[in-house]
Design a protein around this ligand. Structure first.
Ligand SMILES: C[S@@+](CC[C@H](N)C(=O)[O-])C[C@H]1O[C@@H](n2cnc3c(N)ncnc32)[C@H](O)[C@@H]1O
Length: 262
């Protein structure tokens, strides 16, 4: 299958893979793992997974517009760093110290190898659960928080911890409840409290494999809920969210009475 170029291949790169002497060695490395979540270029037209662009590449395509052309050594925390796709992108923009948190052996192994392949200096990979962030004891200019908040049992605790150790901005991507007039719960609110119908600020428990048959998913929240949590954590300015969900589009079509298949 022909390799599909990385989304950001047009950007100037400081870090490029120059590790494998030939294509066979690169392929052997890829095939040494039974699964790759992230698609990373290894040289010789070889990627860690052949099909693309993958979700994190599309996410980066959107996120990179938020960054200055040169990060001038800004530090970054990457929560759920997986194989190290985002650290490579940040390093190519001139980031300084990067800490990647990960707790799955397979991804810890992949990210350490990718660090070696790309010669990513000042990229520290920690075998650490995001719920133990307070133990880090250091601050970062930027936090990358993609594909992770639905995996957290206690998202507010983690977001508050991130708020304490992030000096500038947090970049977030994740599954959210699509906005829809069909959503809503009746809940006691206000003072004195009375039953009110709420269409947003919602969070749904999806533990026990209710989402994607994946026991590592715990919560899905809507945009409003996430923003309120970020406010609790001290974040003050929010950019307009971008949605990329067939479900969200589907919901909107239904509300407008249009054929959802269009
Ligand atoms: C869906 S993947 C997203 C990876 C990457 N952030 C991205 O957007 O491409 C979730 C990653 O977070 C890691 N992860 C999940 N829960 C975690 C936790 N509590 N602490 C640290 N890492 C976690 C998983 O092992 C996995 O690598």
């Amino acid at each position: 299958m022909p390799a599909v170029p990385c989304y950001d291949s047009s950007m100037p790169r400081r870090y490029v893979p120059a590790y494998f002497p030939n294509k066979d060695d690169a392929l052997a490395f890829v095939n040494g793992y039974d699964y790759w979540y992230q698609r990373i270029f290894l040289g010789h037209d070889v990627y860690t997974r052949p099909i693309g662009p993958a979700l994190h590449e599309r996410v980066w395509d959107r996120l990179k517009a938020c960054f200055p052309a040169d990060l001038h050594g800004a530090s970054a925390l990457d929560v759920g760093t997986n194989a190290g796709f985002f650290p490579i992108q940040l390093k190519n923009l001139g980031a300084g110290k990067i800490v990647g948190l990960e707790f799955e052996d397979r991804y810890l192994s992949q990210s350490s190898k990718i660090k070696e392949i790309y010669r990513l200096d000042d990229f520290e990979i920690l075998n650490m659960d995001a719920h133990r962030l307070v133990e880090l004891g250091s601050e970062f200019d930027i936090t990358v928080f993609t594909g992770i908040f639905y995996h957290l049992k206690n998202p507010l605790q983690v977001i508050e911890d991130i708020g304490r150790l992030t000096r500038d901005a947090i970049l977030i991507e994740g599954e959210v409840i699509p906005e829809s007039i069909l959503n809503g719960v009746r809940v006691r609110m206000g003072f004195p409290p009375k039953l009110m119908y709420q269409r947003s600020g919602l969070m749904k428990f999806v533990g026990g494999g209710r989402l994607n048959n994946d026991g590592s998913n715990w919560w899905v929240m809507d945009r409003e809920c996430l923003e309120q949590m970020l406010r609790v954590a001290g974040f003050r300015f929010f950019s307009r969210p971008v949605f990329e969900s067939s479900q969200a589009c589907h919901g909107r079509h239904q509300e407008q009475g249009l054929n959802p298949g269009h």
